[in-house]
Design a protein around this ligand. Structure first.
Ligand code: HEM
Length: 512
């Protein structure tokens, strides 16, 4: 009898709680997406058909009139923003009410997780202030020769593949894979200070980590999504000892590099050098020519950052940089292959801004059409299809009687905004001229491929530089021809908008 009463009571309680959770938006009077219990709007994500970013894009597209719409991320009510002005209010004007991302972080049990992307509030602000000097134009100019020389190696590698295919004049190249190797090598070099040869040694350890993000297993992809959807879930994994292997691997690499540089007074113009400066003195020297390391403090405890902490920052730069930059470069080449008129104009822009036939950092700043092509690529294919924040204090939505409650996750569909004809007419058309200053054919408020506000991409200029150097080197050396004409299908398991079947383009060597 007791068992029956207990079961009935439990069932009633679960039914009550479920109803309570899944009527949250209804009770608050917000427009909402019909909840599909328990996966909310993520049913196609659960079935492995759509990525998380694409599921949110579907919500954006299907709700045609509302500026915001309530959804459920499993058991968490979250708000999808469908309006550029409101998105800017959240990201920029009212940053104080939305300064955190609300993703998984556990400084005590998993110090490796405490990075710039995940840290909340004051801790984020303090770290952002320390890392921002890494990405000034002065520092980027110092890294430019390394990026350029890796691009030349990429071209040498491609040239060899012509030889391998019996000197055939046309070779089909999968551009996403090619640029993944290029960016792995760039970031391995300018962030970690390692000389990886990604082209000759495709199975290097870095590339293996890259591949686990590019071709994730279902478990890996669920864990990734859980870091945002349900941070407590990841805490459980860590509590039971399921750490990510790469934390140890990265920390070891960084420890060895730091010891080697300190013991041998090595000077390199890269991010690792700045991380060591920061660890040893609490600041980065902003002088273009000062790259020395102060080794006067020997004791680890007297230093301002632990080895784990600089390893965690370096790994975040790698993660945040490689996939975004590689996809952007691949989509740019895909569109340039399909649009010969745009390509010719871009080739002219590049040639006109070389200095005595050479690519220079300064010359690149004058390539205005290149910049427009880059902007249009990230408009049509924003590498990160969504931005997320957590409401950190109750926020009344301007012009309405609705209040976003503290703790609510906010999701901004960048892909939705960028492909909304209201902001960018004929959104599937690749049209760099949208970004001509004199052209009113777009709404710049809705353009945010690097995010917006104080928490926007810290390395935006570095990302641009890497992608542009890659594209310039392909265009200067090869003629392009499209293999596929239609639109690209996106992968269902990755966080970025990754091409499901790669991006194949025909290349033939230019006779210079
Ligand atoms: C084309 C290349 C890139 C694109 C499209 C891109 C895009 C983004 C976006 C959309 C965000 C989120 C911004 C927000 O929430 O408002 C972000 C954040 C971030 N990105 Fe990038 N990124 C690129 C390259 C890079 C590179 C090369 C690095 C590092 C070397 C990097 C490091 C970061 C970091 C550390 C953050 C977190 C910033 C913070 O929370 O303060 N990104 N990026």
């Amino acid at each position: 009898m007791f068992l029956i009463l207990f079961s009935v009571g439990l069932t009633t309680l679960i039914a009550y709680l479920t109803r309570h959770i899944y009527t949250y938006w209804q009770r608050k009077g917000f427009p909402y997406y019909n909840p599909n219990i328990p996966f909310g709007c993520l049913n196609s994500f659960r079935k492995g058909k759509r990525s998380f970013g694409m599921s949110i894009y579907d919500v954006y597209k299907n709700a045609t009139a509302d500026k915001f719409i309530g959804i459920y991320l499993m058991f968490r009510p979250a708000l999808v923003i469908r309006d550029a002005e409101l998105a800017r209010d959240i990201l920029v004007n009212n940053f104080n009410s939305f300064h955190d991302r609300g993703v998984y972080v556990d400084e005590v049990k998993d110090p490796f997780s405490a990075n710039l992307f995940s840290l909340p509030g004051h801790k984020w602000k303090a770290l952002r202030g320390k890392l921002a000097p890494f990405f000034t134009p002065v520092k980027l100019r110092a890294m430019f020769p390394t990026i350029k020389s890796i691009a030349l190696r990429m071209v040498e590698h491609l040239d060899e593949s012509f030889g391998r295919q019996n000197n055939e004049e046309i070779v089909v190249v999968e551009m996403k894979g090619l640029f993944s190797r290029f960016v792995t090598e760039v970031i391995g070099s300018v962030v970690f200070g390692l000389d990886i040869d990604s082209f000759k040694d495709p199975n290097n350890a870095f590339h293996k980590i890259t591949e686990s993000y590019r071709f994730p297993s279902m478990i890996f992809s669920i864990r990734n999504a859980a870091q945002m959807l349900c941070p407590q879930f990841e805490k459980l994994f860590i509590y039971f000892g399921f750490k990510h292997d790469h934390a140890e691997f990265m920390t070891d690499i960084v420890r060895q590099t730091v010891e080697h540089r300190e013991n041998n007074n090595v000077i390199r113009r890269d991010i690792m050098q700045m991380l060591i400066q920061l660890r040893n003195t609490g600041e980065v020297n902003e002088d273009e020519n000062y790259w020395k390391i102060d080794t006067s403090k020997k004791d680890d405890n007297s230093k301002s950052m632990s080895i784990e902490s600089i390893a965690s920052s370096a790994f975040l730069f790698y993660l945040a940089g490689y996939e975004t930059s590689a996809t952007a470069a691949a989509y740019a080449i895909f569109e340039l292959a399909k649009n010969p008129e745009i390509r010719e104009k871009l080739e002219m822009d590049i040639e006109n801004n070389l200095e005595r036939g050479k690519l220079t950092y300064e010359g690149m700043q004058n390539m205005k059409y290149l910049d427009m092509c880059f902007m249009e690529t990230l408009r049509k294919y924003p590498a990160l299809p969504l931005l997320n924040r957590q409401c950190t204090q109750d926020y009344p939505i301007p012009g309405t009687n609705k209040i976003i409650e503290k703790g609510t996750p906010i999701v901004i569909s960048v892909l939705g905004l960028h492909r909304d004809a209201k902001y960018f007419p004929d959104p599937l058309k690749f049209d760099p001229e949208r970004f001509l200053e004199s052209n009113q054919n777009n709404d710049t408020k809705a353009y945010m491929p690097f995010g917006e506000g104080p928490r926007h991409c810290i390395a935006q200029q570095m990302g641009k530089l890497i992608v542009k150097v890659a594209v310039i080197n392909i265009l200067r050396n090869y003629n392009l021809e499209a293999v596929e004409e239609g639109e690209i299908n996106f992968d269902a398991l990755t966080v970025t908008i990754n091409p499901k079947a790669g991006i194949n383009v025909k290349l033939s060597k230019k006779i210079i």
